[in-house]
Ligand binder design. Sequence first.
Ligand code: NAD
Ligand code: IPM
Ligand code: MN
Length: 361
Amino acid sequence: MNLNIGVIKGDGIGPEIVAEAMKVLDKAGEAYGFTCNYEHLLLGGASIDVHGIPLTDETVEKARACDAVLMGSIGGDANTSPWYQLEPSKRPEAGLLKIRKELNLFANLRPAVLYDELKDACPLKEEITAGGFDMMIMRELTGGLYFGERKTVEEDGVMTAYDSLTYNENEIRRIAVRAFDIARKRRKKVTSVDKANVLDSSRLWRKVVEEVAKDYPDVELAHMLVDNCAMQLVKDPKQFDVILTENMFGDILSDEASMVTGSIGMLASASLNDTKFGLYEPSGGSAPDIAGKGIANPIATILSAAMMLRFSFDQDQAADAIEAAVSKVLKDGFRTGDIMSEGCVKVGTADMGSLICERIK
Ligand code: NAD
Ligand code: IPM
Ligand code: MN
């Protein structure tokens, strides 16, 4: 079986972490009888350097023609990179937002799991982490503040900037349905996070989520205000199963949740539409501060590749094998710098990839 995978190496640590995910995919392919055909595509800073813009129409069409896309992170250091001299619509992040919109990738799944072995890397007290935790952050990805009307104008000598936050009921319903479907296969609890005490968009969000919940009487629904959620994530992360939230809140809360799992370098993600297609990428950024040093943690990207095998290719056994290999490598005491703790063996990006490959059964 051939898997047609678009590969966007990205910027900063992107090429380093994607190389390890490809190594792992190839190893899983040998073990489970599939071949990955990779088509390399440009997005973000790497595309600006070649084409002057962060995403070409050709890349969108090529990505669409693939069965799934694996991506490293994009972007650079806003203070030093020449990409940030360009107008906002031509910067790396604009390409990422455009591809999400063009491919209708409205459902962003970010699984935050505390591996038993990583408890030492988690900054929370042991009594909070005991028993571990496993939550799925469902972030709406193609609406809200990210895609609202934006402008900066001068009015009476005063500069004013506008960013508008818009959601319609259809956009809310489709992500809510996806969250309830996923919760049904997990611990059957959805916590919908909003700011309904202030925002109209959140009040509509809450109303639509409640309507959707009527079709899922077996799934418990709780509403939580976003500020409280940020606090509860560190006070008692075990209470969460599926967190359903809008684009901007999901961006912020998922970085917070990643740290509760030990490191942003552990947080995978899948961006999905209504088909089997998906774009799979680590939730963290291009980490310009450590790029090129061979020390970035590739595990989030490797786990994103496992999500790709599961969702886009129905290769559940291979996905399970990759996840088990990650677990084993941590159990065996190997760590990249970001998750390092006493008594463990510190390894670089490529070694971590190879150690995971060796453990794929
Ligand atoms: P970042 O996530 O890149 O880095 C934050 C911190 O986490 C840094 O100290 C970094 O070294 C560390 N880190 C991140 N990933 C790591 C990994 N795999 N292993 C070890 N350490 C890791 O966030 P930032 O510095 O705010 O953003 C840098 C650039 O990345 C910006 O241009 C931003 O726009 C972009 N970005 C892209 C994506 C994406 O492509 N999906 C996501 C977030 C940020
Ligand atoms: C993420 C990133 C992006 C976002 C940026 C790079 C536009 O932070 O995927 O979490 O905010 O969605
Ligand atoms: Mn983010």
